[in-house]
Design a protein around this ligand. Structure first.
Ligand code: HEC
Ligand code: HEC
Ligand code: HEC
Length: 462
């Protein structure tokens, strides 16, 4: 971390501490929450199959597996680091393992966690779990999620300890945060809108928690009220506005949004490359009616007309950038490349290329779109090791100038350095999580268990 970043972080921590402590004191009376009595893990057969299936859909819309599964880990067994500006928080084990998961949790305890961010023992949970959104989920949906999770295979696994600076590691402070930013309450449909629009709005605002990434956050990590879906940050990427501020050069239609959400790529716009890719992988399993409802809702928020018509490619003066683009990118992205002739969208149509920030273009150049086992989808190589920072900055400037008529991005070299730095941080937190996990005897025993169980194929309840 640079000195400046360290100083900023310290100042932020101090402000957070003071504000939260003030809030925490006034919230003293509500800071204590009683533990909810443990129950014997319910028998999987006690849940109706239709409820479990409904829960599977809702879990996909809520990305439960995305956060609660570590790299190469068992589904829902936790251990994935969630980076936040305040430190790293590890998603916990939500399989029905009685000692390390939620096997002893009653439906009431589970509902309190999703609605109020309080665990079974009465401890506050960090809002890295998007309970400010989940709080609006209906009783029936929460019960279906519970049925789904309680019928998964129990996995014995302990998440590594969170890495948060004092005093943010003191959970009671969150009582103050909740007082300011948690607004529980039943989700209310808008009677002026269609049933489908309302279904989409509910899914987006409650379980889908789209705003967790697409809404900007304030200094205390809470989503800015009044700026819903106006563009935010996610794991070093820019989650573009999904409302009037959308920089998409071609207006998103309901059909295009549905295709993008289901497949991660739409021919009129482009592909999900960053954190959105995991979201669309999950949505791929969701019934078409729900995706269509989400698309109907999002489409009504988008600007009525495209902010600009995609311009015709313009010649760019920087001849070295032109040469690097032709060599590194042209085989796929040039107008006469097979991929483009095959119907892949021109970069002129890309939201990333038209956005106010170069963040996603830089991230795509560095990381590409990796192959992933078991998922079909577009592939692009990453250039992190092949190109210098100056070359990445030059290509980003070239793409912006060649494919749009928008103003050049300022401070590109600094943005590339920042992106490399983010990348290093994420890699470090991932490998730290793995080291911590391999040191933890419970986790070592759990992975041994998993191997034994996989070998014998016994006790598999999913
Ligand atoms: C953006 C990441 C993220 C998503 C998405 C997410 N969670 Fe979590 N969840 C977390 C983190 C991080 C924690 C641990 C918080 C803490 O330690 O305070 C957590 C904790 C929990 C807990 C408390 C477990 C315990 O042992 O205390 C439950 C229950 C839970 N999540 C259920 C869900 C369900 C159900 C979904 C999907 C509908 C979901 N989560 C989606 C990040 C996430
Ligand atoms: C092997 C083929 C290949 C190469 C080489 C390649 N790309 Fe890509 N690129 C793709 C594919 C496939 C996609 C995703 C599908 C799409 O958007 O058409 C993509 C997407 C992108 C996007 C995002 C567009 C969107 O969806 O918003 C950008 C920006 C981009 N590439 C820039 C570059 C640059 C700059 C280079 C050279 C440094 C490069 N690509 C090299 C195949 C390639
Ligand atoms: C984990 C963070 C995260 C969540 C949750 C998330 N998104 Fe995204 N989304 C992104 C990011 C980052 C991008 C752009 C870069 C990328 O990943 O390809 C994006 C891109 C998009 C785009 C393309 C916009 C454009 O103009 O190119 C749409 C549409 C979208 N998201 C819709 C949604 C909807 C609807 C939800 C909720 C169901 C959602 N997102 C949830 C992070 C997220």
């Amino acid at each position: 971390m640079t000195q400046l970043a360290a100083r900023r972080l310290r100042r932020l921590v101090l402000v957070v501490a003071v504000v939260l402590f003030g809030g925490g004191c006034t919230a003293g009376a509500i800071a204590w929450n009683p533990p909810i009595r443990p129950i014997a893990a319910p028998a999987p057969a006690s849940f109706p199959a239709a409820t479990v299936a409904q829960g599977a859909t809702l879990a996909a819309i809520g990305d439960c597996a995305v956060c609660h599964t570590a790299a190469h880990g068992a589904p829902f067994a936790g251990g994935r680091p969630i980076p936040t500006p305040f430190g790293t928080i590890y998603a916990t084990n939500i399989t029905p393992d009685p000692t390390t998961g939620i096997g002893h949790w009653s439906l009431a305890a589970f509902r309190r966690a999703l609605r109020h961010g309080i665990d079974r023992r009465g401890e506050h949970l960090y809002p890295a779990l998007p309970y400010t959104h989940f709080t609006h989920a209906t009783d029936a949906d929460i019960a279906a999620l519970y049925a789904f999770l309680m019928t998964r295979r129990p996995v014995h696994a302990v998440a590594p300890a969170n890495r948060l600076p004092f005093p943010l590691d003191w959970r009671p402070l969150l009582a103050g945060w909740n007082l300011l930013y948690l607004h529980p309450g039943v989700w209310r449909p808008d009677p002026a809108q269609s049933a489908e629009w309302n279904r989409g709005a509910y899914l987006v605002q409650a379980l889908g928690h789209c705003g967790a990434c697409h809404t900007p956050r304030n200094g205390l990590g809470a989503e800015e009220t009044g700026q819903a879906l106006a563009g935010g940050k996610a794991e070093g990427w820019y989650a573009p506005p999904l409302q009037a501020g959308s920089p998409a050069p071609h207006k998103w239609t309901v059909a295009e949004l549905t295709t993008y959400l289901r497949t991660g790529v739409d021919r009129a716009h482009g592909a999900a490359a960053g954190p959105m890719r995991q979201v669309t992988d999950e949505l791929a399993t969701v019934p078409a009616a729900d995706l269509h409802a989400i698309a109907v809702y999002i489409a009504t928020l988008m600007p009525p007309a495209p902010p600009t018509v995609p311009p015709r490619p313009a010649p760019v003066a920087d001849s070295s950038a032109t040469a690097i683009f032709a060599g590194a990118c042209g085989a796929c992205h040039a107008a006469d490349a097979p991929m483009t002739r095959d119907g892949a969208p021109s970069l002129a149509r890309s939201t990333a290329v038209n956005a106010t920030t170069p963040r996603n273009v830089i991230a795509i150049i560095l990381h590409g779109l990796p192959w992933r086992d078991g998922h079909a989808g577009p592939y692009m190589p990453g250039f992190a090791d092949a190109l210098t920072n100056a070359q990445v900055a030059a290509i980003a400037a070239y793409v912006r100038a060649h494919y749009t008529d928008r103003p050049p991005w300022p401070h590109l070299p600094a943005a590339v350095r920042a992106a490399r730095h983010d990348q290093a941080l994420h890699a470090a937190s991932r490998s730290q999580a793995m080291r911590a996990a391999s040191r933890d005897p419970a986790v070592r025993a759990a992975s041994r268990d998993q191997i034994v169980r996989a070998a014998s194929r016994d006790g598999d309840r999913t």
